[in-house]
Design a protein around this ligand. Sequence first.
Ligand code: ZN
Length: 387
Amino acid sequence: MIHTATWKEVKEGLVTDIYFDRTKQILQAKGIDLHVRAEVVAHVFPSNWPWAVLAGVEECAEVLKDLPVDVRMMKEGTIFGTKLPVMEISGKYLDFGQYETTLLGLICQASGIATMAARCKKAAGKKEVISFGARRIHPTIAPLIERNAYIGGCDGVSVGLGARLIGKEPVGTMPHALILIMGDTVKATKAFDEVIEPGVRRVSLIDTFNDEKIEALNVAGELGDRLYAVRLDTPRSRRGDFLEIMKEVRWELDLRGYKQVKLFLSGGIDEMDIEKYNLLADAYGVGTAISNARVVDFSMDIIEIDGHPLAKRGKMSGSKRVLRCKECLKTRVCPVEESPGRCSCGGLEEEILVPFVSKGNLLYPLPKPFQIREFVLQQLSKVELRI
Ligand SMILES: [Zn+2]
């Protein structure tokens, strides 16, 4: 028996916390159907992240476009801070209240993954980061994980269906299984070179049987210029000083004229490892750190009822604008009546909580994954990894 919900069940409101169903039942019984404005905000980020990347917007559109509501939302890929509304919905509460669980679920996990991918990419700079984490999550959501890893900044993804969703070819190297079954690293690398189409990069895995340095030289000797990279997936129990192992491999390859052979790292790599190894490594395969990233804890709060500002304790009432400087990205939230002005740096402010859906109509064409990724990378150059 399959344990996942279908998209049809999601849209029918079946993946909804029961208290929203009961609220609907009570309001209907009492004949109360008020116009409500609600906003979605993250009040804190996990692990002291100074910012997060908004993702899951395209899937929100799938839900919102069938509801008689007006929505303003930040664009997918927007880098935002805590305490800023990323979405504002207005309409009859009975028309959208029961979708709170669904809408939060669509952006909390997606934004966490996109944010961690962006953090890894920020740490890696020009070096490649490939998403390898599909094996750590439920296969039915692997394409979603891969898409959010890519739009967050990953250069490629390893799963075919995920790659198709973002309009790219999947990226991969070779598994230990191939080397163990063929009995020898050079033999396996040679077979890969003979069988796999020439357009695919030759990346040899060099930690299966022998020392990485010896294996790297053996495969470089066999493939020569055709060898794109060697992959070090060295188990933690055998790593010792991983940086020293990498230095040694680099030194020996360079000494013998294999300067073009890149060092590809994988095996439990996270953003901190990338910072540590980035002087020597050329590319990373990142799995668990991205696919199982902490979620961004968004909450949805009512801020206005029947045109009157009203919010629970601890939340600011009323409709708001989010104004961000185009130059330095300094962001402020203000009452909706205020207009964009000039930032203290001299840059012009722009509104980033923009009209998204109105009574079933999408108000702008949704961007392609590569466009969202470019938008993220452009903002990423203006923010720091830590406060
Ligand atoms: Zn500014």
